[in-house]
Design a protein. Structure first.
Length: 256
């Protein structure tokens, strides 16, 4: 753990004050409650207002309330909570249909974070778990999510980063990964063969929100002993249906 940044801590302390009372405060009230220098409070309020975290209260000079940015952050948090809950529900339905392990994951940087996992009834141990982080380029969910990025955003994220291998089959060359993502975009389905686990293959499909943005991916993981081209086609269709069901629960109504 690194050290706490005092200025950030103070700014968050100010925002948290608005959780009490009528939701409005003046600079002198903030100064008194937090026992901070007046100049410091003024600078922090100015900064928070510039970032739309605080806004002046109409008709009440010198008083502030929470701004639209805090609402947007709270809404995004709520969306993630809904996504996790709905992801668990849909993953369970898909797993009951195919009796294989189903994941739902989101992208953070160049990693995926699994927010839902439902195991099959087969005695096969998977490398993932809800809450675990894995390199996106080694997983089908990660490829699906990376493929949803614009080329500029992908290049920015990958610039200067080493693509570590999880198995000998992992893609570690950026150009090879770009080519693989182009195939994912064309197919609308991502696959991964022994790239995150030497004995497992996966297929994944995109999950979209109400605005049509890809916010997650749903995958089905299968041990190689139960994998075949026919099984891949079946599971790709099932993953796509599950992802569409999850997208619908998030308000998506248009085509993928």
């Amino acid at each position: 753990m690194g050290r706490l940044v005092p200025a950030v801590t103070r700014a968050l302390d100010i925002l948290e004050l608005f959780l009490d009372g009528d939701g409005t405060l003046s600079a002198p009230e903030i100064t008194r409650k937090l026992q901070l220098p007046r100049t410091t409070v003024h600078e922090l309020i100015t900064t928070l207002a510039a970032r739309s975290c605080l806004v002046p209260v109409p008709g009440q000079p010198g008083r502030f309330r929470l701004g639209v940015r805090t609402y947007q952050l709270g809404s995004r948090y709520a969306e993630q909570l809904d996504l996790a809950a709905e992801g668990e529900r849909v993953a369970r339905e898909v797993a009951e249909t195919c009796d294989e392990t189903v994941h739902v994951a989101i992208l953070e940087g160049l990693d995926v974070i699994y927010i839902a996992k439902v195991d099959s009834t087969h005695a096969v141990r998977m490398v993932s778990a809800a809450g675990r982080r894995l390199p996106a380029h080694c997983t089908s969910v990660g490829k699906m999510l990376l493929a949803s990025l614009s080329q500029d955003e992908f290049d920015t994220r990958i610039d200067g980063r080493e693509l570590a291998a999880m198995t000998p089959e992992s893609l570690t060359d950026p150009d090879e990964l770009r080519a693989a993502l182009a195939v994912v975009r064309e197919r609308g389905i991502a696959t991964e063969h022994r790239e995150s686990h030497p004995d497992v293959s996966c297929v994944a499909a995109p999950v979209r929100d109400s605005a049509g943005r890809v916010v997650a991916a749903l995958s089905i993981s299968v041990p190689m002993i139960r994998w075949s081209e026919e099984r891949e086609a079946e599971l790709a269709e099932l993953a796509a249906k599950g992802a569409d069901d999850l997208s619908a629960s998030l308000g998506h109504r248009g085509p993928g």
